[in-house]
Every structure is written in structure tokens, then in C-alpha cells.
Design a binder for this molecule. Structure first.
Ligand code: NAD
Length: 470
């Protein structure tokens, strides 16, 4: 496969040379070879991009919702024409198996973007409350900072909503997976998005990310990433009281009640925990099982994990790709090494691995202490912890014993499972395998974040509300 060298940034509707000649290399985590690079942007590049976004802000805000919807429709069309390239690019820079990459890394953002092309019409909805006319206005210039695990989806969830709301955007994608972002900007250029409405500055977090978060002319910072970085971004924005929305980490519980369909709950649960090699913020990494089925669940989870085929993301037989980087692999291995009090039932550090690539074998621990590091920390790798419980109250208490509150699942008879779902302190819960809905609000309680993305709730994050009294 060919190398991908991107030498420019996208600012003010044009491809422009970066301020510095420094570059960031992009590695294929399966072959462990560098196959591309992008510019390492600087604070000066951020200044130019924010200034372009500011100049474009009034024009884009005053475009009619129908015009903005049409522009997003054209962007969607241009991006959809690149669906195959998107899946392959993410397969190479992240290591997602191609089949999953096609469905999730390419298909999901396309669905989300087409949704925002339609939702743009709702951005100007008005409401009357007594003598007040309540109008919604764009929040202004948005700084968007995104991670590497679902790189295009996380970008589109922000960019689609912000543009639909009438905001202009400066994006900094993750330095680990920047190449797929370029495909969005190729599409934006081809679609003729007005100059300055969408700008790209690639670079590192401490340089470009920090410059965006702390920029006096950025009205809203929309961040997805780790809780630690989210805290730093919040601090930077707090100095000027800028609005911040945060999509952060998770440690979600999959609660399997006494009357659940055990086989389905365990199999779907293992698949969820290991999706994208466990590098998924909503992954159900804690499997909570009623004692009456506990031994059976442990055996089934171990067997399911052991059946995964690891290997080349481009081989159709591969179920589990490598982790995104050597650093991520070492971090995950560290959690497994320190997990001495739990019972290892699948995978572990001695399991066989492919010859190349940053792999960790799908690993399952049983009898995990709910207060231990394994059950409390976001591991972000293919590591599942199984924990027994005695009754529904105990299951809820264990599930909520987390500083995170992003997602979760409950399996059992419908009314009982729904009752438990209502008691979980998380932004989303899937009952009996309910499918992910890309138009439903997505976000976290507690340290999993502030605000919501996707659908109409996601659009509202990028708006200000004004009351006009008559
Ligand atoms: P990260 O926090 O290391 O980086 C995220 C982004 O922030 C990157 O673009 C990075 O360059 C940038 N950044 C780093 N330091 C910065 C700074 N000081 N100022 C501004 N920006 C900075 O996260 P990651 O490792 O890329 O992604 C994994 C994390 O993201 C996990 O914790 C995962 O749970 C979380 N995540 C959350 C969601 C969600 O929607 N809740 C979705 C996906 C991932």
C-alpha cells in the first residue's frame, strides 16, 4: 500500500502551508511501519484558523437553515464517495478490522452527517413563553478536539452539529489518526463549503489542542478524549468562561439479572467489551452476573474470548486487531500484570499473539473486586472483568460504584430490566441488546462528561438561547 504524506493545513477554504516544517509520523499498528505524516501545527496556525473561522462566522450564522442543510448534504455526498477510502485509512492508522471499519468507522459518521443535513432546518426553531420570544442562535466559533478510537465519527459528531447550528469550526484531530480527517476536508473542499466555515490544524495536544482550548476568540470548546485531558481543557476555557462540552471516559457495567437470556447476554457482552480491541469509551468492561448463573457465565465468556481470531485488519478472518500504539499496548499489559487478586480465565500476558502488531490477547478476569483497579480504571483494551452479585439492589450498587457514568446494559425480563436501567447513573443504557441509536442523545454522567452529542440534543449544545420580551 502507498504512503500518505499530507503537507498542508486547511484554513479559510484553502490548503495552506503550516507555520513550521515539523511533522507527525503516522504508524500502522499492525505492520509497525510508518506510512504517512501530517504537519505538526503551531499556536500561530491556530491563530490563523480561528481568525478565518471568526471572519466566516457572521455569514454562516445568517445563512438560512435550508442553505446550511443543503451545504451539509453536499458534504455528505462528497464524503460518502470516499467511504471505502475512509474504512481503509482507519484500518491502516488505527488497526480496526476492515469489516468493522466499513460499518462503524465509515458508515456511522455518514449516517450522523446525513442526520445533521436534515436537522439543520430545526436550528432556527422558535418558541413563545408568555411575553417572550425564545430564539436559538449559533454559539459562535467552535474549537473541536478529538481522539483516535473512532476518529471520523468523533469529528463528525461535532462538526455536523456545529455547522448545522450555524457555528464555524477549527478542528484538531488526534495526532495518532489524523489521516482520515484529511478525507473530510478533501470532501469539504470538493463540496464547496464556504471559506472559513471549517478549518483543520493538525498537531499535538499540548501545542495545538492547548492553543485552541485557551484561545480568547474560541466561543465553545467541544472535546472528546480522556477525563484527564478533559479536565485540562476545562481549566483552560474557564479563564475566559467559555462554554465547554466534554465526552470523556467510561467503565460501563453490563448487568445480567437472574432471569436474563444468559447465552445472548454473555456473547453480546463479550463482543461489546472487545469491539475495536476494547478501545471504545462505551465498552461494557464490567460484566455483573447474578450468582445463580455466575459459573456458567464465566465459562461462556472465557470460551467466547478464546474464539477470537487476532491478526491483519485487512484479513477478512480477523476479529480483533492490534491496539492503536505500542504505548497503549504497554498500558493495557500493565493493568493485566497488576491484576493479581482476580482469577484469569482467558487471554493474559502469555497467550500467543501474531508476529507483528501491538496486540493484547482478549483477556477475561473472574472474581474481580468491584473496588480494585481492574474494576475502577478505564483500561481501553480487550480486558473484561466479571463480578458476581446477589440481588438487583446489589447489582445497581456495584454498577454505580464508579466515577464514570457513560453507558451500560441490563438483561432480564423487560419490566425488571427497565427498572434497573432507570437506576443506573449513566447517560445511556441498552436493555436486552437494544441497538445503538445515532440520533439519540449521547454523553455521560459524573466524570464521563458534560453535555450531549448526536441528534437534536447534540445540535443544541452548539446554540445559545435568547429571550426577547415583547
Ligand atoms: P486524549 O485525552 O489523550 O486526547 C484526546 C485529544 O486531546 C487529542 O486530540 C489530543 O491531542 C488532545 N490533547 C491532549 N492534550 C491536550 C491538552 N493539554 N489540551 C488540549 N488538547 C489536548 O484521549 P485519547 O487517548 O485520544 O482517547 C482516548 C480517550 O477518549 C479515552 O479515555 C476514551 O474513553 C475517551 N473517549 C470518550 C468518548 C466519549 O464520547 N465519551 C469517545 C471516545 C473516546
Amino acid at each position: 500500500m502507498t504512503s500518505v504524506f499530507r503537507e498542508q493545513l486547511y484554513i479559510g477554504g484553502q490548503w495552506v502551508p503550516p507555520d513550521s516544517g515539523e511533522r507527525i509520523e503516522v504508524e500502522n499498528p499492525y505492520t509497525e511501519e510508518v506510512f504517512g505524516h501530517v504537519p505538526a501545527g503551531t499556536a500561530e496556525d491556530v491563530n490563523l484558523a480561528v481568525s478565518a473561522a471568526r471572519q466566516a462566522a457572521d455569514g454562516w450564522a445568517s445563512a438560512s437553515p435550508a442553505e446550511r442543510g443543503a451545504a451539509l448534504g453536499h458534504l455528505h455526498q462528497a464524503l460518502a464517495a470516499r467511504a471505502g477510502e475512509i474504512a481503509e485509512t482507519v484500518g491502516r492508522e488505527l488497526g480496526t478490522p476492515l469489516k468493522v471499519a466499513k460499518a462503524v468507522q465509515a458508515g456511522l459518521p455518514l449516517t450522523v452527517l446525513s442526520g445533521y443535513a436534515e436537522l439543520a432546518a430545526r436550528a432556527s426553531e422558535e418558541e413563545t413563553i408568555g411575553n417572550s420570544l425564545v430564539v436559538h442562535e449559533p454559539a459562535g466559533v467552535v474549537g473541536a478536539i478529538t481522539p483516535w478510537n473512532y476518529p471520523l465519527h468523533q469529528i463528525v459528531a461535532k462538526v455536523g452539529a456545529a455547522l448545522a447550528a450555524g457555528c464555524t469550526v477549527v478542528l484538531k484531530p488526534s495526532e495518532m489518526t489524523p489521516l482520515v480527517a484529511y478525507l473530510l476536508f478533501d470532501a469539504a473542499h470538493e463540496a464547496g463549503l464556504p471559506a472559513g466555515v471549517l478549518n483543520l490544524v493538525t498537531g499535538t495536544g499540548p501545542v495545538v489542542g492547548a492553543a485552541i482550548a485557551g484561545h480568547p476568540d474560541v466561543d465553545l470548546v467541544s472535546f472528546t478524549g480522556s477525563t484527564a485531558t478533559g479536565r485540562a481543557v476545562s481549566h483552560a476555557a474557564a479563564d475566559r468562561i467559555a462554554k465547554v462540552s466534554l465526552e470523556l471516559g467510561g467503565k460501563s457495567a453490563n448487568v445480567i439479572l437472574a432471569d436474563a437470556d444468559l447465552v445472548k447476554a454473555v456473547k453480546v457482552g463479550v463482543g461489546n467489551a472487545f469491539l475495536n480491541s476494547g478501545q471504545t469509551c462505551t465498552a461494557w468492561t464490567r460484566m455483573l452476573v447474578h450468582r445463580s448463573h455466575y459459573d456458567e457465565a464465566v465459562e461462556l465468556a472465557a470460551k467466547t474470548a478464546a474464539g477470537y481470531t487476532l491478526g491483519d485488519p485487512f484479513d477478512p478472518a480477523t476479529r480483533l486487531g492490534p491496539l492503536a500504539s505500542a504505548g497503549q499496548r504497554d498500558r493495557v499489559r500493565g493493568f493485566i500484570e497488576r491484576a493479581s487478586s482476580a482469577r484469569l480465565v482467558a487471554g493474559g500476558l502469555d497467550a500467543p499473539l501474531p508476529d507483528t502488531g501491538h496486540f493484547v490477547a482478549p483477556t477475561v478476569f473472574a472474581d474481580v473486586d468491584p473496588d480494585s483497579e481492574l474494576a475502577q480504571e478505564e483500561i481501553f483494551g480487550p480486558v473484561l472483568s466479571i463480578i458476581p452479585f446477589g440481588d438487583d439492589d446489589e447489582a445497581v450498587a456495584i454498577a454505580n460504584n464508579s466515577r464514570y457514568g457513560l453507558a451500560g446494559a441490563v438483561w432480564g425480563s423487560t419490566d425488571r430490566a427497565l427498572a434497573v436501567a432507570r437506576r443506573l447513573r449513566t447517560g445511556a443504557v441498552d436493555v436486552n441488546g437494544g441497538a445503538f441509536n445515532p440520533f439519540a442523545p449521547f454523553g455521560g454522567y459524573k466524570q464521563s462528561g458534560i453535555g450531549r452529542e448526536l441528534g437534536a440534543y447534540g445540535l443544541a449544545e452548539f446554540q445559545q438561547v435568547k429571550a426577547i420580551q415583547r
